[in-house]
Write a protein that binds this ligand. Structure first.
Ligand code: ASP
Ligand code: MG
Length: 409
């Protein structure tokens, strides 16, 4: 007998028919004697619908009230799933985040979990209930409802698994695991049987949207056994996220190709090359809560240098304004230029630690296709390049092939 936290995403509960399917799956596990806590998202499209509704009334919805409202999507799902379970003669009980008492900070719309009260859930589990918890939400120290950021139900699942010491946190979604890359771009993409936590973290931060990034961080911190599976298939072991590199010699050096279109590039031209300049440029950007990703500073010449970095595409205009108005006149830079038609393509793999030449192979493959590399960034287990958006899919395809990712078993 095992104890699982199972999380079902929006598409998996997208209709009452699908909710009944989820109930059947949960009932099957329950009948096998396992203890189950289920975390569900809002029915697909519901959170977007609620946000749009709010914006009809208030241009920039008040964050506290927005959370009050968008948390209701999940409340509908938990009740429907509990009813569906009861129809199958399974004892079930639902709780909102606030009822469980998933305590968060008060950063509305992107709150962080601080503590989880295990009491109610433990009692119910011991009494034979399937406990159904609303994902994506909690309550702050002043009893206001909070939400955890888009995709936050993943984090609820992982956090509950950590707090309750579940044997495994199973994320049921509309794909049957983590793939070497997005199969919509590369049809030959293969499902990975395992991926290390660090690789998963890179893939998630690089734009592979299967799991909310924060849930992966949480799983790493608390060593939660995490598995991604399809809610539409009865068989299949999905992808297990592991913590140590298995000494498997057959393991590919590269595990995946990640990509993201949501990028923009900004260059500050002709900045004085002296101490403090990086801080003077990026300080105000950070103060505006804008995340900076890749950063490049050229070798100075004649006391001047160029300074480039990337930001999320949605922050492009804002960042350009800050640079032109607050920074350029202040530091005497010649010009600020930028573009938001770029994309980032990355190869990811823990095998890079023990294999040389991954970056040069990547650059050669792109060169052979005539794809110009605009920026390069690396970490211990990834190499990222910025390319013109229109070459992104081509880059992903040729790299996937060159690194033999279509050959993975
Ligand atoms: N319903 C929320 C969203 O759409 C949370 C989630 O689905 O994980 O972002
Ligand atoms: Mg999701």
């Amino acid at each position: 007998m095992a104890f699982y936290v199972q999380k079902y995403g929006g598409t998996s509960v997208g209709s009452t028919e699908r909710i009944k399917n989820v109930a059947r799956r949960v009932a099957k596990f329950h009948a096998q004697g396992h203890q189950i806590v289920v975390v569900v998202s809002a029915m697909s499209g519901e959170t977007n619908r609620l946000i749009a509704l709010a914006k009809e009334v208030q241009t920039h919805p008040d964050p506290r009230e927005l959370d009050m409202m968008i948390s209701t999507g999940e409340q509908v799902s938990i009740a429907l799933l509990s009813m569906a379970l009861m129809e199958l003669n399974v004892k079930a009980k639902s709780y909102t985040g606030a009822q469980v008492k998933i305590l968060t900070d008060n950063s509305y719309t992107r709150a962080r979990i601080l503590d989880i009260d295990k009491n109610k859930i433990s009692i119910d589990l011991n009494a034979g209930y399937v406990v159904v918890v609303a994902g994506f939400q909690g309550i702050d120290g002043t009893d206001s409802i909070t939400t955890l950021g888009r995709g936050g139900s993943d984090t609820t699942g992982v956090a509950l698994a950590a707090a309750l010491r579940a044997d495994e946190c199973q994320i049921y979604t509309d794909v049957d695991g983590i793939y070497t890359t997005d199969p919509r771009v590369v049809p030959e993409a293969k499902r990975l049987r395992t991926i290390t936590f660090e690789e998963m973290l890179e893939m998630a931060s690089l734009g592979s949207k299967v799991l909310q990034l924060r849930s992966v961080e949480f799983a790493g911190k608390y060593k939660v056994k995490l598995r991604v599976l399809s809610s539409f298939e009865d068989e299949g072991e999905g992808t297990l996220i592991t913590y140590e590199e298995n000494g498997d010699m057959e393991q590919a050096v590269i595990s995946g190709i990640a990509f993201s279109r949501d990028e923009a590039k900004i260059t500050v031209l002709g900045v004085p090359d002296h101490p403090g300049i990086a801080y003077q440029i990026l300080g105000p950007v950070a103060d505006a809560n804008i995340d900076v990703d890749m950063i490049i500073q050229n070798v100075g010449f004649d006391g001047l240098t160029d300074f480039s970095f990337t930001v999320h595409r949605g922050e492009f205009a804002n960042t350009m304004n800050i640079l032109r108005e607050k920074i350029q006149p202040h530091i005497g830079a010649r010009d600020v230029v930028g573009g938001d038609r770029i994309a980032k393509v990355s190869v990811v793999g823990v095998g890079m630690r023990s294999h040389a030449g991954i970056a040069s192979k990547m650059f050669r493959v792109l060169a052979e296709e005539g794809i110009n590399i605009q920026m390069i960034g690396t970490s211990e287990i990834k190499v990222s390049v910025v390319v013109d958006e229109k070459y992104m899919e081509l880059a992903v395809r040729v790299l996937h092939k060159a690194f033999d990712l279509d050959q993975i078993l």
